[in-house]
Ligand binder design. Structure first.
Ligand SMILES: *Cc1c(COP(=O)(O)O)cnc(C)c1O
Length: 233
């Protein structure tokens, strides 16, 4: 997109777009937080995002790629908050439970039970978003809307987890009003669960191509990779 711009310029531009969208859609200033998606991004670049721009929230998709970054000496002074956003297999839950603060991609109870059991007791509860297959795409990650309430209730009862909200990755679409529809549906599911007494405060929705539509529909966390770091090589 803007490969020649500096990292600091891109982060500033993304933050300005978030702030403008908050104003345009009647959202409270500062109510939308940026998770910078750093898959394929080098540790040095993550360190620069932190030092030059104060960026502290980062998202990673793969445990094997994330672990050396999370434990890198260069990043220890930064006090970063790591968000696991990729598909999660049961053989990866232990590493995720030990090294991340958030998991956005829980879509079945077995995974949540493992994360709770494996969360080290000296750490605060792991923050969880349930991923919803909001566009009802066959074979895609995410729980069906029909089974969401049951899963949310069960996850909320697990001791070492703190259920925070919902996450979705809608089918790609380029028209703004069309982009809003699945985000609106996720927001309705979120409001429904809250009306049923499930304490939620997070809607993780919106990526580089659609985050303004997500903010219009109530996103509180946007997960942006290419918009922050440039196109992945
Ligand atoms: C890669 C990824 C993102 C960021 O995508 P961009 O298009 O680079 O902004 C957000 N969420 C998830 C789950 C991802 O895998």
């Amino acid at each position: 997109m803007h490969a020649t711009r500096s990292l600091a310029d891109r982060i500033k531009a993304v933050r300005e777009r978030i702030a403008r969208a908050e104003i345009r859609y009647g959202r409270a200033p500062g109510s939308v937080q940026l998770v910078a998606v750093s898959k394929t991004v080098a540790v040095e670049t993550i360190a620069n995002a932190c030092r030059e721009c104060g960026q502290t929230r980062f998202g990673e998709n793969y445990l094997q790629e994330a672990l050396p970054k999370i434990t890198a000496a260069l990043l220890q002074e930064c006090a970063l908050e790591w968000h696991f956003i990729g598909p999660l297999q049961s053989n990866k839950t232990q590493g995720v439970a030990a090294h991340f603060s958030w998991v956005h991609s829980v879509d079945r109870l077995g995974i949540a039970q493992r994360l709770s059991a494996q969360r080290p007791p000296h750490l605060p509860p792991l923050n969880i978003c349930i991923q919803v297959n909001i566009s009802r795409e066959p074979g895609k990650s995410g729980v069906d809307l029909d089974h969401l309430a049951e899963l949310a209730t069960a996850v909320a009862a697990l001791p070492q987890l703190r259920l925070r909200g919902l996450m979705a990755i809608p089918a790609p679409c380029h028209e703004f009003e069309q982009q809003r529809l699945p985000f609106h549906a996720l927001r309705e599911a979120y409001e429904y669960l809250r009306s049923q007494g499930v304490a939620l405060d997070t809607l993780s929705m919106g990526m580089s191509e659609d985050f303004e539509a997500a903010i219009a529909e109530g996103a509180t966390l946007v997960r942006i990779g290419r918009g922050v770091f440039g196109d992945r090589g």
